[in-house]
Design a protein around this ligand. Structure first.
Ligand SMILES: NC(=O)c1ccc[n+]([C@@H]2O[C@H](COP(=O)([O-])OP(=O)(O)OC[C@H]3O[C@@H](n4cnc5c(N)ncnc54)[C@H](O)[C@@H]3O)[C@@H](O)[C@H]2O)c1
Length: 557
């Protein structure tokens, strides 16, 4: 295969214009093709504006900018692609259009030139089958925005020649991208994993489990992802999500990918996300990323201000809560021993009681070996006692594994009970989930939102269901990556690279599993499987994960 020095890009829309820039910055001669003079000008304008921004930010000097622009020819004539060693098509996602473009190219480019498709969801094999030389056809899947995201999925078919694959991989590296080579399968690596997660998120929204804002906060702050699923789906376009989701479901037939009726309704109603000005959120205007309030936004429910809080427990978590709540402006009464009814009477007038004892009791089992006595585990008596002692408006909550409904039933005040799940901080902050039962009232939720905010964390309110939001979405997502590895579709490094450099994750799923601890991931997945509620195939631990736990072998490093 010949050395790639001149490339063509067909279609200068969202993706094509960015791909032109990537190639030109990488030192290649680029010929960009559009259908009309006007669209060709728009394509050149996008390139000019993007490089202008780089100059303004000091990332590029003016001489560098003119060199880049000087390497690009924009045209409306397909014949101008004759000298290209590689042509990437980025025309709309319609098979007939792709076939038409590639068969025209067959008559224009040299016989050993490579033909690449940037398709997200069409079969590369089917595209190749419609060309004169399927052995030179490959997928070259860039991610949006192409100049920013480094991933390029290089998709080979059973007909693709090795030299074609190697040439595209070499070129991808030369232009500063991170290539991942995979076989032709719906969704490839990144979208396949992303869309399973989207479907789970859509199910949660559809079931009224959590609001769009709290769902986004959960995954951005609690899981550390660059943005939440609603924001991301609005950015991708709900019609595109709907289409790619269908393609993946047609391939997998797994309930994990079952099309969302809500998404279909939204697309039918013209809610396409940012591009139409409204999707999960409403935007200032079509194409804008500025979220504006919905017209039917109600005001926050009125709540009696809470100034005094009780914390039950004396371990590390309880102590940290006490100090953060004091810093947050609350008067805090701490009760170390949950069995000391006299001490508990001191909580009669507080607005919120946070039980943070049981976790410390579990931790103190280690201390037992070192000589100190294990703390007693508060059983149902604690809630019964607190139900009798505390005033009727006192909110009762716990950071341990109790259910909100159990706390409510035992204390005799179901409307005042909820659970808290404190997450470890991520690069985006710290999230605390507030799980409510069907009886929990809005004033209770409002009081807990204020409390969580006061300790410098971001609240996520949801129904108290297994895994709340963060674990219920993140664990199946991680398990899906392990299953992909187990199926032999892609390796650990490929999958981690795909999600880190294609979706902007701080680290890939396997690095995440190793950070959390494979054993912990296994335990949570087993608990979620046992609890039910989520599709079993999504949370059931993969045999490969179990092997890694038993062998005490990390996935990465
Ligand atoms: N948008 C994304 O986030 C994204 C990400 C990765 C891959 N993709 C894939 O990239 C491809 C393009 O998507 P897009 O979002 O850039 O679409 P787009 O609609 O923004 O741009 C497509 C461009 O192709 C032009 N075009 C149509 N027919 C043409 C022809 N015969 N010759 C030359 N130009 C022609 C159109 O005028 C338009 O400007 C699709 O296959 C899509 O699946 C999109």
């Amino acid at each position: 295969m010949r050395q790639i020095t001149t490339v063509g890009v067909i279609g200068l829309g969202t993706m094509g214009a960015g791909i032109v820039e990537v190639f030109a910055r990488g030192g290649l001669e680029v010929v960009g093709v559009e259908t009309t003079e006007e669209l060709a000008q728009r394509g050149r304008g996008i390139l000019q504006a993007s490089t202008d921004r780089a100059v303004a930010k000091g990332r590029l000097d003016e001489a560098g900018q003119s060199e880049i622009l000087g390497r690009v020819t924009i045209t409306t004539r397909m014949e101008d692609l004759a000298p290209a060693d590689l042509v990437v098509e980025a025309v709309p996602e319609v098979m007939d259009l792709k076939h038409q473009v590639f068969s025209t190219l067959d008559g224009i480019v040299a016989q050993d030139a490579v033909l690449a498709s940037n398709t997200s969801s069409l079969s590369i094999t089917a595209i190749a089958a419609g060309t004169a030389h399927p052995e030179r056809v490959v997928g070259m899947h860039f991610f949006n925005p192409a100049p920013v995201l480094k991933l390029v999925e290089v998709i080979t078919t059973v007909r693709t020649e090795d030299s074609v694959r190697d040439g595209v991989v070499e070129l991808s590296g030369r232009i500063g991208k991170r290539p991942v080579v995979v076989a032709d399968r719906a969704g490839f690596v990144a979208n396949y994993l992303l869309f399973g997660y989207f479907v789970s998120a859509l199910r949660m929204l559809e079931q009224g489990h959590v609001s769009r804002e709290d769902l986004d906060t959960a995954m951005r702050v609690g899981a550390g992802l660059p943005m939440g699923p609603c924001t991301l789906m609005d950015l991708v376009g709900l019609d595109v999500c709907h289409h790619i989701g269908d393609v993946i479901y047609a391939h997998s037939r797994s309930p994990m990918h079952a099309p969302s009726a809500m998404l279909e309704r939204m697309v039918t109603a013209g809610l396409l996300g940012r591009k139409s000005g409204a999707g999960f959120y409403t935007y200032a205007k079509p194409g804008s990323g500025q979220v504006v309030p919905d017209t039917d936004d109600g005001s926050a429910p009125a709540t009696a201000a809470v100034s005094a809080v009780g914390v039950v427990g004396s371990g590390e978590i309880a102590n940290e809560l006490v100090s953060r709540l004091r810093d947050g402006g609350y008067a805090v009464t701490q009760v170390s021993d949950p069995q000391d009814t006299e001490e508990l009477r001191g909580l009669a007038d507080v607005g919120v009681v946070v039980e943070a004892h049981q976790i410390e009791a579990a931790r103190s089992l280690d201390e037992e070996e070192t000589g100190s006595a294990p703390a007693p585990v508060p059983g149902q008596e604690l809630w019964e006692v607190l139900g009798e002692i505390c005033g009727p408006a006192t909110v009762l909550t716990t950071v341990n594994e109790d259910l909100a409904v159990a706390v409510g039933a035992l204390s005799g005040r179901p409307e005042k009970a909820a659970v808290l799940r404190i997450h470890a901080p991520t690069g985006n902050g710290q999230a605390v989930e507030i799980g409510r039962s069907s009886a929990t009232d809005d004033a209770t939720v409002a009081a807990l939102r204020a409390l969580v905010t006061s300790i410098g964390a971001e609240p996520v309110v949801c129904r108290d269901r297994p895994g709340l939001v963060v674990d219920a979405l993140l664990m199946p997502h991680l398990m899906d990556a392990v299953r992909m590895l187990d199926e032999g579709y892609a390796g650990v490094a490929d999958i981690d690279t795909a999600l880190q450099h294609g979706l902007g994750y701080p680290v890939g799923p396997f690095a995440m599993i190793d950070q959390i601890g494979a054993e912990e991931v296994l335990t949570v997945c087993e608990e979620l499987t046992e609890a039910g509620g989520l599709p079993r195939e999504s949370v059931e631990p993969s045999p490969l994960l179990i092997e890694h736990v038993l062998l005490d072998r990390p996935f990465t490093g």
